[in-house]
Design a protein around this ligand. Sequence first.
Ligand code: UDP
Ligand code: GLC
Ligand code: MN
Length: 324
Amino acid sequence: MVDQQAFVTCATNDTYALGALVLAHSLRNVQTTRKLAIIVTPQVTNKIRSLLGNVFDLIKVVDVLDSKDEANLTLLTRPELGVTFTKFHCWRLTQFQKCVFLDADILVVQNCDELFDREELSAVPDVGWPDCFNSGVFVFQPNEETYSAIIKFAIQNGSFDGGDQGVLNMFFKDWRTADISRHLSFIYNMNANATYSYQPAYKQFGKDVKIVHFLGHIKPWMQMYNSETGRVQPDSPHSFEHLQLWWDLFMRQVQPNLTEECSGIAGELSKLQIGPIAPGSSAFIQSSEARRYAWERGQVDYMGADAFSNIEKKLQESIEGSKK
Ligand code: UDP
Ligand code: GLC
Ligand code: MN
């Protein structure tokens, strides 16, 4: 029985796969008795797949599903989330009787195997619109017919947010009113900024939290990290406490196995070295994608990566590259 139940996540590239690795280790650390499965798309490199193979029981390769719904994704201000339709493939994991889907930007901090007592579709209200559920955590039952019905529904109706959450909330429309047992407690999908947005409640209930979700543009892997002190930079929409937990786990159980064969942020973070730094180099490590986000938010590192001399060098390299 327990053998036929699994936690499931999804990654369409090495960067999200890095998040999935942290998630899987966090589930093992809290001694889950359930299987771990991941849906990946062909873009995920062989190197990362081999690391996923060390911690997941099942890796299922599927084609990318993309809503390509630019209008609604623009409303959500997240153009990258069309590919979250790929999550729908989780209904095809029919080797399992019941599953709990978890986004790859999630950290499990306490055992939550009791979620398997719930029925499809159970989920936590979304903090932005609590009449909708957040699709970062949901209990479901794999079934080919449900999969086909969701795809058909998505083709016919599209998604009001351009991503999977819009489709699933319309498909499982009665979640809002039908059965309160399908409403999960916030402790199973706490938005990592709730510690600031409702501090007194966090003080009262925070110790019960089991699943932390780093929802939004900025992910833990984009955060500045000081490799000398082992501390994450506190400047973030997410709570420092949970970011630090994520990084502690990442540095201990995931980062040592990354290599430059990994692509995206996973490749860049493979170069991180903990401990004393060489004279003249910075202790702060941040991937280039993360730097771009920081730059766009107006956080310019004038003395470091964004110094004029570095930008000039980068421009020169690009010009040289395009001449070839
Ligand atoms: N995802 C992915 N590749 C992407 C974007 C998203 O694999 O390029 C998957 C991944 O599992 C991720 C989930 O879809 O956790 C939802 O995206 P995200 O967590 O970024 O959305 P948010 O929770 O911030 O709204
Ligand atoms: C959300 C959810 C995420 C989902 C996305 C797109 O905010 O957190 O899981 O993939 O919206 O619908
Ligand atoms: Mn998420």
